[in-house]
Write a protein that binds this ligand. Structure first.
Ligand SMILES: *Cc1c(COP(=O)(O)O)cnc(C)c1O
Length: 279
């Protein structure tokens, strides 16, 4: 499954890999990473080999994400957290290239320039320009793309799925400043961005009873499944805000479903029951 925003972040990276004549994609991620599976599937479909470096020795090859990635042909290398952190440094990347040969490197979460550029396309595909867009955020790559493409014409409300992560805004400000070269332009753009940090429900890949029952109610009423790690937290936040806000009828809110449904199985394993039992 190449889920949601992960395809947006991969598309131009795959194009680059092809331009460079690379045959293998090398990327990194957690044991249940949507990005890992999306990269494995995209590599299979577009004829690349793929290697996935997986964080932490507790990762199990048999888990739903890694087994699907392996089935798509990805070579999976589970490494200790300390090695994983090292591989995220420049020196570490050189070490990776030395051990795996000449590969096209895609950072964790597809968080690079081509990832941001791919996400910019989303705005152009909207049938109208909403007053406000809600989305889940982790690396902030999708949010950066939307912000650049919207050019201040819509408010972006990003729900951080990580606990205590205050790094997205400063990173965006720094990246935008080097891109746009003007502090006032960056401040104008960033004034349309709001990052909510109180809806993580315990932290990354953690959940709460409230969140699970919200997912079930949402599915009953709309027929749409949310994933527990990202989209459920963002939709939950949007409904909480809607309860509090005096919504004017003419205000248009858009919720961006960024995908991630393959992560439901891992959460169900952890919970010991099915989140959506009737489907
Ligand atoms: C990866 C992911 C996100 C976060 O995207 P970023 O660009 O890293 O902020 C949001 N939703 C889903 C379903 C994801 O898989």
């Amino acid at each position: 499954m190449i889920s949601g925003n992960k395809w947006r972040k991969l598309k131009l990276n795959l194009q680059q890999a092809r331009f460079k004549g690379q045959q293998s994609l090398l990327t990194m991620g957690g044991a249940h990473s949507n990005h890992i599976l999306a990269t494995a599937e995209a590599a299979r479909i577009f004829g690349f080999k793929s290697i996935g470096i997986i964080r932490g020795m507790a990762a199990k090859l048999e888990n739903p994400t890694l087994s699907a990635a392996a089935k798509a042909g990805m070579r999976i290398e589970i490494v200790p957290k300390s090695d994983f952190d090292f591989y995220q440094t420049w020196e570490g990347k050189d070490a990776l290239k030395a051990s795996f040969g000449n590969c096209y490197f895609i950072p964790q979460g597809g968080a690079n320039y081509y990832g941001v550029q791919g996400c910019q396309e989303i705005i152009g595909e909207l049938p109208f320009m909403p007053d406000r867009i809600f989305l889940a955020t982790a690396t902030g790559t999708t949010l950066q793309g939307l912000t650049l493409a919207a050019k201040g014409e819509t408010r972006l409300t990003a729900i951080s799925v990580l606990k205590g992560d205050d790094l997205i805004r400063p990173k965006m400000e720094a990246d935008f400043l080097s891109l746009l070269g003007d502090r006032e332009t960056v401040e104008d753009l960033m004034s349309t961005v709001e990052i909510l940090s109180d809806f993580h429900h315990g932290g990354y890949a953690k959940t709460s009873i409230k969140l699970i029952s919200f997912m079930q109610r949402f599915h009953n009423e709309t027929g749409i499944k949310l994933d527990p790690v990202y989209t459920a937290k963002a939709a939950y936040a949007m409904f909480e805000l809607a309860k509090k806000a005096a919504l004017s009828k003419s205000e248009k809110w858009v919720f961006m479903h960024t995908g991630g449904l393959q992560g439901i199985a891992a959460m169900e394993d952890q919970l010991g029951y099915e989140i959506y039992p009737d489907c």
